[in-house]
Design a protein around this ligand. Sequence first.
Ligand SMILES: NC(=O)c1ccc[n+]([C@@H]2O[C@H](COP(=O)([O-])OP(=O)(O)OC[C@H]3O[C@@H](n4cnc5c(N)ncnc54)[C@H](O)[C@@H]3O)[C@@H](O)[C@H]2O)c1
Length: 461
Amino acid sequence: MRVCVIGTGYVGLVTGVCLAHIGHEVICVDNNEEKVKLMQSGQSPIFEPGLSELMQGVIQAGRIHFTTDLAAGVNHGEILFIAVGTPPMPTGESDTRYVEAVARGIGAHLNSGYKVIVNKSTVPIGSGDWVRMLVLDGVAERQQATVTPGGSTTIETQIDFDVVSNPEFLREGCAVYDTFNPDRIVLGSNNPKAIAMMKELYAPIVSREFAEDKSLPTVPVVVTDLSSAEMVKYASNAFLATKISFINEVANICDRVGADVTQVAKGIGLDSRIGSKFLQAGIGWGGSCFPKDVSALIHTADDYGYEAQLLKAAVTVNQRQRMIALEKLQQVLKILKGKTVGLLGLTFKPDTDDMRDAPALDLIEQLHRLGTKVKAYDPLVAQSGMRHGLSNVLVETDAERLADGCDALVLVTDWQQFRTLDYAKMAKLMNHPVMIDGRNFLDQAALEAVGFRYVGIGRCG
Ligand SMILES: NC(=O)c1ccc[n+]([C@@H]2O[C@H](COP(=O)([O-])OP(=O)(O)OC[C@H]3O[C@@H](n4cnc5c(N)ncnc54)[C@H](O)[C@@H]3O)[C@@H](O)[C@H]2O)c1
């Protein structure tokens, strides 16, 4: 099928490349010229495991093209994905101006022939109808612009389209895997014709043709109305964020009563009604999705006269949790002024270069406020040099340089390679070999054996 993906960030680029890989003809449109040039030269502007290799393959096969020309993309696609960002505004609402610009732009270039316009961006509930209205506005603006001085319209295009909500559930760090191995595909629309086209598009994924385990049953496709599909996305992220806040709250109580949250999490996670995922206590959730999606849902509830108390509490617990490493540093080192703290990891989770709303940023800000010198080592951020607003941090190129002269280390991101660092050597390079394990990720006994004072989260320390 002919597909156009508008917006080539973490979601759009992965979607475009994966759809091309399963055999579709894809044009990816982005208004960032630099990004488009990079992609045209075969390079991915983001880091996602497996993405670059897949991208090279589909470029060579001629099944994907990158452009800034929206008109070309709209003309090409039978299915047009909107995958632009919907970042949070200070009020907690989603900033939908990029979606608005794209929807109007699609309308301005829509030609004859039936098209399905897919909201892949996470958009506030009700956005499906809003996008439809904007597309029609775009069409009307174009038609007005082409009315001749005599008053006759020169464009008489038959506009025929439907809007589908197809929320994205991929996780950064395993986005390609998630695209080929989804737990479910959600399609929201009132028109069976649009749903049929979407099912055809995803058929190879639904039948697990590209899955790691091809013996699994087919991927469930959940067909809903537009608003319910939009709500599925928000409710999923709100549930996961609340689950993390729950275990963090349990961890804080464990710290006080002398229990170990890792053992508690194992004990409760084996209950099949609960499950073990998202029960790892730590320094709180962050990233480009959870914070903004939970805030947006709280805001939507508010708009409709409902106070989402549970979600607000999940946010409050998370804000406090982000300071837990600071509290533990103060307990061990007492005065932080004039001390040097090294952060192991900066990104909000491993295997991504995304720093949006990463807990590390709050920690850095507070350490600075208290007069602490902050150093950091992150496998990806080190490669890309100083960026992401990290001018107040000395970014080191390896873990041993990081440890050199530090009064404590804080493990912020659970990168796999941090399990096997030479901690004995690092301990010797430090002023005080203290490890605040912000993800309960490291081997406490092994660290203590090489001289570290180890402090976990919710582990009585
Ligand atoms: N990142 C995730 O893990 C994830 C997961 C699920 C859903 N989502 C949702 O998907 C959407 C996209 O997220 P993302 O992380 O990929 O965003 P992103 O910021 O990485 O990418 C957005 C892209 O859109 C481009 N863009 C902006 N305005 C444009 C325009 N008018 N025309 C063409 N391109 C334009 C930008 O240049 C950028 O490349 C958001 O709504 C997000 O909430 C993200």
